[in-house]
Structure formats: C-alpha cells, structure tokens
Design a protein around this ligand. Structure first.
Ligand SMILES: [Fe+2]
Length: 158
C-alpha cells in the first residue's frame, strides 16, 4: 500500500517505480552479501589486495543500497530486504564456499557485479519511461559506480 505524498507522479507510476526499486534493492543487497563473503573467504598469494578491494566495493554497494531503499520510501512504498525475500526473488547465482581460490572468487564476483550492473542499466531506461528523472538519475549514479567496480575486478582476472 503506497503512502500518499505531494510528489506529483501518479500512484500507478509510483507503484511501478517502487517495484523496480525493490527489485534492484534485492539484487544490490545480495551483491553486498556476496562481496563481503568474497572479502572474508578469498585465499591466495595476493590475499590482502583482494581482501581490501572487495571491502571497498562492498562499501560502495552498501551506500547504494541505502539510496535505493530511501528512494522507494520517498515515493511512498515499503521496502523489503528480509533474508527470505532476497532468497526467493534474487536472480543472482548463489554463493558457494566450496572453492576459495582467488581466481575462482574473482571470476564469480565479476559475473555477479556484471549481472547487477546490466540490470541497473536497464532500470535507468525503465525509470525514465515512467517519468521519474530522479530515480533514473539515482540508477545512473549506481550503474556508473558498478561499472567502475567491475573494471577493477575484471582487471585482476588472469
Ligand atoms: Fe573486514
């Protein structure tokens, strides 16, 4: 149920926009958890470089999680990042701890960052089509940072 607001976007568009925001919020929360799992579990001769890089990326992702959640509540919706919702709705490949070698972890992390970055890029156009330049701008900011973080991760792939 949407809260009423003086923001002059239609309730129909706000419903679609907040569904989109919640969808990206689930992906970003999953990405945050997977990035921290990479930070904690990575093993190899360059451990400290990966450990620090993954934590830096996690902090960017967590900052974006807060911005996306608060845009949804600004538009009048509730947000939902409970563990069950993330588990039931994420489209990212699940984390596995079976192989902790750095090149395995970094390939996996590049894959999930790439998936979220590409979803975010699509969300920019969807938000713009719903008449919300502010949400499109937020997605653009997040998308640009994800692409940069992906560059850093891809540059460590053998
Ligand atoms: Fe840490």
């Amino acid at each position: 149920m949407l809260r009423s607001t003086r923001i002059d976007l239609s309730a129909e568009n706000r419903t679609a926009l907040t569904a989109l925001l919640n969808q990206e919020l689930v992906l970003m929360t999953d990405l945050y958890l997977q990035t921290k799992l990479s930070h904690w579990n990575v093993q190899g001769p360059h451990f400290i470089a990966y450990h620090q890089l993954f934590d830096e990326i996690a902090s960017h992702v967590l900052e974006a999680v807060d911005m996306i959640a608060e845009r949804a509540t600004t538009l009048g919706a509730a947000v939902d990042t409970c563990a069950q919702t993330i588990s039931n709705t994420t489209t990212l490949a699940p984390w596995t701890a079976s192989d902790r070698r750095d090149q395995v972890i970094i390939h996996r992390l590049a894959d999930v960052i790439g998936d979220v970055a590409n979803s975010m890029r699509r969300a920019i156009d969807e938000a713009a089509a719903l008449g919300d330049a502010d949400t499109a701008d937020l997605f653009t900011e997040v998308s640009r940072q994800l692409d940069k973080d992906l560059w850093f991760v891809e540059s460590h792939v053998n």
